[in-house]
Each structure stands twice: as C-alpha cells, then as structure tokens.
Design a protein around this ligand. Sequence first.
Ligand SMILES: Nc1ncnc2c1ncn2[C@@H]1O[C@H](COP(=O)(O)OP(=O)(O)OP(=O)(O)O)[C@@H](O)[C@H]1O
Length: 249
Amino acid sequence: MLLSVKNISKEYNNGITALKNVSFDVEKGEFISIIGPSGSGKSTLLRSINKMIDISQGSILFENRNIENLKKREIELVRREIGMIFQNYNLVERLTVIENVLHGRLGYKSIFAGILGIYSEEEKKEAFTFLEKVNMTKYAYQKCNELSGGQKQRVGIARAIMQKPKLLLCDEPIASLDPKTSENIMDYLKKIVTELKITCIVNLHQVDIAKKYSNRIIALNKGEKIFDDKPEYLTNDTIEFIYKDEEQD
Ligand SMILES: Nc1ncnc2c1ncn2[C@@H]1O[C@H](COP(=O)(O)OP(=O)(O)OP(=O)(O)O)[C@@H](O)[C@H]1O
C-alpha cells in the first residue's frame, strides 16, 4: 500500500470543518479522481497529503510511515516523493521551459546548487526526455510567460515527473483550460503516469473527465466521503446526490 488516509478531519482556524473523518487506502498504480462540489474539501485533502497543511485529527501513512509529527528534514524527504500539479501551473514565468522542468530536481539539491542552477548532464538529458514526452521539446528555450495555458500545464507535468515522485497529486489541473485542451492534458497525464507507473490522485470538477480517465472515483460532499468506487458504479443518481447542494453554496 502506498498511502493510507485514516479518519482524517481538518478544522481551519476560522472554525470551518473542511474534512470530516475521511478514510481511504491507495494502492500503487491507481489513478484516482476526487470529485465534489465547490468547497467540499478536495484541495484540503490534497494539501493534507502533501503536508502543506496539518490535519486536525486522524493519520496519514505514506509507504506505511505516519507523516504527522515529522521533523522538517523528514517532511522534505516525503515531499520529494510526492509531486504536485496545480491549476495555475506554478511555473517561474520569467524562466525558460527547460529551466522550469529542471526545477523538478530542486528537492534533491543543496540550496547553493539550486540557486546557482547547477544540474548534471544526466539531469539535463532527462529533462529533455520528459519534455519530449509532453511534446514540448521545440519550446525548451522559450520563456514560460510566452506559452498558452495548455503548454504551461505540459511543462507542469514534465517538471512533476522530473521529480521522480511515487505519488502525483494534481489539484484541478485542467480547471483553467478549454474542453479540448483539457482532454489533451489528461491524455498526456494518463499516458505518462501509466508508462512510469506513478500513482496519481487528481482533483476534478468535470465528472465526465473523471469517469473517462480514472480507475477509481472518490466523491466528497461537505468534507465527507460519500462515494468511493469504480467509475462504472457512478450512476446519474449518485452524481445528483453528490452535487445536490452545489447551487445553494
Ligand atoms: N486556508 C483556509 N482557511 C479557512 N478556510 C478554508 C481555507 N481553505 C479552505 N477553506 C474552507 O474549507 C472548505 C473546503 O475548501 P476546499 O478548498 O478544500 O474545497 P474544494 O472542494 O477544493 O473547493 P473548490 O472546488 O472550489 O476548489 C471551504 O468551506 C473553504 O472555504
């Protein structure tokens, strides 16, 4: 088992309970989509797994190790194993595509090597290999602020893969993209994580995309897990139930 989320709850300082007693296990190689209305806790869940926020109750085991109460250095080591892809890409816009991809290695470097941008020939070669996988080689020396949203997310995927993560967390990776580009990005993502055997958890707004690409769907509503099964069991009635309160939110 790669990840075990056990009875986790998260209450923010403002009193909002974003997650209520959520549990699930993730096996290596799974491609899981997390769906649910706006505010149901999807981002909170991913941020908890990545240790960007601390949970209020419960425990999260990554490779059978409890990631609560870790020391700073131990958190850095766990983060190295967990890649992230973001809705807003989180690229360094003034830097080139290849520099951004190489940033995927920063977690493995000393601060000095990172600041000075010192990468081995092997790392550079690898960065180009991953850039090729997302069909972005010809943009390698272009600055990221000159790219379209879809191209930026392809760089985001290459950077995340460059980190050699065991788990990839994608927080609304296609929420800023048009439908055609969204499918294109999901195609790249699915192909690469399958080829490299990387376990993937993706937060999505689009139920049809979740059904098309995942092996398993988890649905949250008001911080509670209300569905966790194969996509084929996600019926229209269940979808209606998951999103029943969305308009009032
Ligand atoms: N940093 C924070 N401080 C206080 N409350 C927060 C914080 N982040 C999120 N929340 C609240 O926690 C709840 C869950 O938010 P979260 O962003 O996890 O939901 P989500 O399902 O990802 O929503 P969306 O689909 O709109 O991104 C919401 O009520 C939100 O307002």
